[in-house]
Each structure stands twice: as C-alpha cells, then as structure tokens.
Design a protein around this ligand. Structure first.
Ligand code: ATP
Ligand code: MG
Length: 330
C-alpha cells in the first residue's frame, strides 16, 4: 500500500470540529487504501509555550481522540512526533535548505504573528519541520486541510531542492485534499478558520464540550441580517459555515439542505446544526472516557506506533546522511 502521513498538534485541551471534519474523518477512511502514519505533533506544539504537565495531558488526549474518531492502531501507526527523534534531525536539514525570506513569507506564520502569538524561531521554521515529518515516510500523499496547502507546497519545493542538490533521495508528495473535505470557520469570525490557538472559546466547537454548551455556541454563531438560508461563502460566511457543518455530518448535499430551509429562519438552522453535531459527538465523548481511563493501554499503542515509524525514519535518515555528506552513524 502507498504510504500517507498526517498529524495534529496538541496545542489545546481538545481537538475541535474543524480538526474532526477537515482531517480526522478523512484519516479514518484513508486507512483502507493506505499504509497510514498518524502522529501527535508534540514538537510543533512546543512553539506555543505550555506547562509540561499540560502538554503531557494534551498529547495523550490528542492521541486518544484519533482513536475515538476511528483510527485503528492495528492498521495505522499512531505515535508521538518526539518519540521518533529523526523528525528533528531531518527538520534541521530542511532548515538549511530554506531561505530566510521564504520562511517569513508563509501565511500561517504571518497570521499567527499578526494575532499576537509569540514569534519564536520554532514558529518560523514550523513548515521545515512539517516538511521533515512528511518526507521522512516517503509519503505519496498527505491528507491535510485547505489551510495547510501552502505548507505542502514548500514541502514539495524542499524535496525537489534536496534532490537536485544531492541526487534523487526524497519522494515528492502530493496533497490529498479529500473531495468534499471541509474547511470549518470560526463561529464568531466566519472569515477565519476555526483554530485551536486562534479561536476564542465561543468561536469553536470543542469535541469534548458539554452538549448544552455546544448548542449555545452554535446558537450564538455570527450570521448576517439578510435572513435567508443560502450558501454563499463570500457574502454569507456564517450561514454557509453552518450549512457546511450540517452537510458533512448529515451527509446531505448543501443544495438539498438549502431547499429544506426555504422559508425558515436561522434559528431553525442553528437548532438542526446543534442536533447533528451533538448526535455525532456523544458516542465520541463516551469512547474518550474509556480511553482516558486506561492510560497504560494508550501509552502501549503509542510505543508500538513509534517502533513502526522509527523503522521507516531510520532508513530515510540513512539515505539523507549519505546523500548530504554526513558520515553514517554506527
Ligand atoms: P493551531 O491553531 O495550533 O494551528 P489547528 O486548529 O490549526 O491548531 P492543527 O493541529 O494545526 O490544528 O491541524 C490539524 C489538522 O486539522 C490539519 O490537517 C489541518 O489541516 C486540519 N484543520 C485545522 N483547522 C481546520 C479547520 N478549521 N477546518 C478544516 N480542517 C482544519
Ligand atoms: Mg494549524
């Protein structure tokens, strides 16, 4: 099977609906067709200063959420990025291939800085570590949300740059933006994507949130004054976002959904959206409670995933060392 690789950062106490609909549901489907590597990007999370105990807890929760969402650790390798130390090594090699201006032009870096996030050098070189994550596994495809398209492009550039400088060594991956895969927007600012670090508590739907609070957040989602339920992301980003969330969860195409809301108001739409979200998250939350009750089992799964990942990573790093002129390590 061709290999795929994808990760999520443990940068908050729980993943949100954007991570779930934009990434996790696709990961689950892709397990059937690919040899999948799914990791918790704990090294990336260090770009956000966090209490060690909090980071540990978030890392476990994120891994558990992969499993609760349907990732099967028997088929897919589930692991922590920091357990496979080759990620940091290859990240360094990628840094040395990247221009300073090139890194500063990345929109996610600029956005996060503009939003006031502390800009450490790790945040600047995030895309280079992400390139290393991907290139390490000779991944044919990388299933990421729309928001990661630019990072995937720089990954491809860096792979090509490495290969042209040092000879064919790294596989140049393609984006796997799953058809119909959704970019979920912030409920309070529907022109910005829902984000763990960028959204306010009212702007996001936390996968572990109490159902009543989820419904409340959806009720207070920003819409518009036009009053008509219609899909138009440019002029009606709030309503369109709610339609997308409903559509993906209920499996109803957006145009059909719009037809069912003819002559009905935003209150009805919000009520139905809350219902479909809560219906999906209730069993998810139940499974999470079971998984978090057995941390030893979770750690065992992560150890096993890291063993599988390390095997591939060692082979890639041996090729990279050889190509770049680093002496082989014993
Ligand atoms: P952070 O704010 O820390 O960057 P994030 O919410 O952007 O957090 P990531 O861990 O960076 O989450 O991304 C994990 C996965 O979720 C990626 O595949 C990304 O494309 C996807 N993703 C993140 N936010 C959204 C969103 N709003 N809609 C759809 N997919 C998303
Ligand atoms: Mg992100």
């Amino acid at each position: 099977l061709p290999r795929i690789l994808s990760g999520m950062q443990p940068t908050s106490d729980s993943l949100h609906l954007g991570n779930y609909l934009g990434a996790l549901v696709n990961w689950v489907k892709l397990q059937d067709e690919f040899d999948a590597y799914y990791f918790v990007a704990d090294l990336h999370a260090l770009t956000v200063p966090t209490e060690p105990a909090v980071l540990r807890q978030r890392t476990r929760v994120t891994a558990a959420q992969f499993l609760a969402g349907g990732v099967d650790p028997k088929r897919s390798a589930v692991f922590c990025q920091s357990h496979v130390t080759e990620h940091a090594e290859l990240g360094w090699v990628m840094n040395c291939l990247t221009g300073d201006g090139e890194a500063r032009r990345m929109t996610q870096f600029k956005d996060k800085v503009a939003k006031g996030q502390n800009a450490n050098v790790g945040l600047l070189t995030y895309p280079m570590l992400m390139a290393a994550d991907i290139l390490m596994y000779d991944a044919a495809y990388v299933p990421v949300g729309e928001d990661q398209r630019q990072h995937l492009e720089i990954t491809r550039d860096l792979a090509e740059r490495f290969n042209s400088r040092f000879g064919a060594t790294l596989v140049v991956p393609d984006a796997y933006i799953v058809k119909g895969s959704a970019k979920i927007m912030d409920l309070q600012d529907p022109t910005a994507k829902m984000s763990k670090t960028g959204s306010s508590p009212k702007g996001l739907i936390d996968l572990m949130e109490d159902p009543a609070r989820i419904a409340k957040n959806i009720r207070s989602a920003v819409t518009d004054t036009d009053g008509e339920v219609r899909y138009d992301p440019d002029t009606k980003p709030g309503v369109s976002n709610l339609l997308v969330i409903h559509s993906v969860l209920s499996g109803t195409p957006v145009d059909k959904l719009v037809a069912t809301f003819a002559g009905r108001g935003y209150g009805d739409l919000k009520k139905e959206v809350a219902d479909v979200v809560v219906e999906r998250l209730t069993p998810f939350q139940e499974r999470m409670r079971e998984l978090l009750d057995d941390p030893a089992e979770l750690d065992r799964i992560l150890a096993d995933g890291a063993d599988r990942a390390r095997e591939v990573a060692r082979a890639t790093m041996a090729r990279v060392r050889d190509a770049a002129g680093l002496l082989p390590s014993a």
